[in-house]
Design a protein around this ligand. Structure first.
Ligand code: C2O
Ligand code: CU
Length: 502
């Protein structure tokens, strides 16, 4: 990677910013690791081998607002949103060639996959950005069965909002007893009156507050999704929150789904009666849903509207006059375990406090004595209404982790941990907003007091304002891994870091 190869992009997007390190800073910051970054492919793209799945990141159009309204111009893998549904058998190898048909660089991150570091798709940390017209081959085995998703990790707050994401299913070796798999991707879109993706990217208000919230909510990019079901069928709903920043409360009326897995990892099944599920951006749940209503019935799927009300985003429509079986199936067995670390060594754990700071109202909170210090790179410089998106100049970063505002790849690691050691992170939220903290390359457990782990694994956890969450994981995946807020405007405005597993 030379200065010259970065220059065109720099000239287009960021004529005055500090986003690109000088070569000297780059070398100083990354040292020997530079040689481990896979080189960018040249524009001459080799013929793909068998089993290679090509994903072409390119513009497209979809009818987000129903068939009577004009379509919306999007960016999507193969020009659609969600992108193509990828499936691979547990332990099997996924081979994907990303072809960049956009006007700007991009990469693919495989969210929740415990994969080799070089395949993690983090620009400048694990690979160089894939330039327009170029390609990059991702190739890795999928160790865990479950529901995952893939998305751009370059200028994410714009590229994911415009539609660069899709779902990856890793199938259990023994398929569980369900009649059908149904993927449900929830997203919110900020649209103009004409239905275009609103160009208000780099909006400083969004960055300071709750992130980019859209007024238009879709399920699988549909205005109101209709899901045809048969009485007594058992569906496996794989639900993904693909929104930039919005936490959804999701529920299905008149049914009692069973929560079987979270963030791709099986958990003890639990019946969910009335309380909506709270889904962080980036997170997934697997529900088994028994269609227990009568033939001909209907039931709505709702999310909250952030104002105390609910919005119907989908509907189960029961086929009239028929059942798939006489009675619903008996209670399901738990999904088979994935090969996660069997135990954590809390006695020898690396323990670290990672306070979350910054954002709008931080100053006010500090005056009230609630907030913490915003040291390190947190300067003033909040003037102006635009921030420059990916790679903010340090003085424009308004969120911080552990007193450092970072893009997650431009400074020293938050911590370095030897392979195999248990890590316990305490995440106190000293801001006025919830954050959806995501760890790459590892799944973690949320700890109760006395280091008692909750009975599930996550890769993304909500940390509410004025509270703290403790998470623990075994650092069993060597490399450089990001940890960041999955509210993408927060991530880009400083709430991002990386750690090193040696
Ligand atoms: Cu889903 Cu670092 O991302
Ligand atoms: Cu956040």
């Amino acid at each position: 990677m030379t200065e010259a190869s970065r220059a065109p992009w720099r000239a287009k997007r960021q004529p005055t910013s500090q986003m690109w390190l000088t070569r000297r800073q780059w070398l100083a910051g990354f040292g020997a690791s530079l040689v481990t970054i896979p080189a960018m492919k040249s524009a001459g793209v080799a013929k793909e081998p068998e089993d290679m799945r090509v994903l072409h990141a390119r513009p497209g159009e979809i009818r987000l607002r129903g068939n009577r309204e004009a379509p919306t111009a999007i960016w999507g893998y193969d020009g659609i949103v969600p992108g193509p549904l990828l499936r691979v058998r547990q332990g099997g190898e996924l081979q994907v060639r990303l072809l960049n048909g956009l006007q700007q660089p991009t990469v693919i991150h495989w969210h929740g996959l415990r994969l080799p570091n070089a395949m993690d798709g983090v620009p400048h940390l694990t690979q160089m950005p894939v330039e327009p017209g170029a390609s990059f081959d991702y190739r890795f085995a999928a160790p865990d069965a479950g529901t995952f998703w893939y998305h751009s990790h370059f200028l994410s707050s714009e590229q994911i909002e415009r539609g660069l994401y899709g779902v990856l299913i890793v199938e259990e070796r023994e398929p569980p007893l369900v009649d059908r798999d149904v993927v449900l991707v929830i997203d919110d879109w900020r649209l103009t009156n004409d239905g275009a993706v609103h160009p208000s990217f780099g909006n400083f208000h969004d960055a300071m507050m709750a992130g980019r919230l859209g007024q238009y909510i879709t399920l699988n990019s549909e205005d109101l999704l209709t899901l045809a079901v048969k009485a007594n069928e058992r569906l496996r709903l794989r639900i993904v929150n693909a929104a930039n920043a919005r936490i959804f409360r999701f529920r299905i009326a008149d049914h009692v789904p069973r929560l079987m897995a979270m963030d791709g990892q099986p958990r003890p099944p639990v019946a969910i009666a009335a309380t909506p599920l709270r889904l962080a951006p980036g997170s997934r749940v697997d529900l088994f849903l028994d269609a227990t209503l009568e033939p001909g019935a209907q039931a709505s799927m709702f999310v909250d509207d952030l104002r105390g009300g609910e919005l119907e985003i989908g509907r189960l429509v029961y086929k009239a006059g028929t059942r798939s079986r006489a009675t619903p199936l008996p209670e399901p067995a738990p999904l088979p375990d994935n090969p996660l670390p069997a135990r954590m060594d809390f006695a020898a754990a690396l323990r670290l406090d990672v306070p979350l700071d910054g954002g709008g109202m931080a100053m006010m909170m500090r005056r009230r004595g609630m907030g913490g210090g915003m040291g390190g790179g947190m300067g003033g410089g909040m003037g102006g209404t635009q921030f420059s998106g990916h790679g903010l100049a340090p003085e424009q970063r308004i969120w911080a982790m552990a007193n450092t505002a970072s893009t997650g790849h431009d400074g020293p690691p938050l911590f370095t941990v030897p392979y195999g050691r248990t890590v316990v992170l305490t995440l106190p939220n000293r801001t006025a907003f919830p954050h959806a903290m995501h760890v790459h390359g590892h799944h973690f457990r949320v700890l109760e007091s006395g280091d008692a782990p909750r009975p599930y694994w996550l890769d993304t956890v909500i940390v509410d304002a004025d509270s703290a969450v403790r998470i623990a994981f075994v650092a069993d995946n060597p490399g450089k891994w990001m940890i960041h807020c999955h509210m993408l405007e927060h991530q880009e405005a400083g709430m991002a870091a990386w750690f090193q597993v040696d």
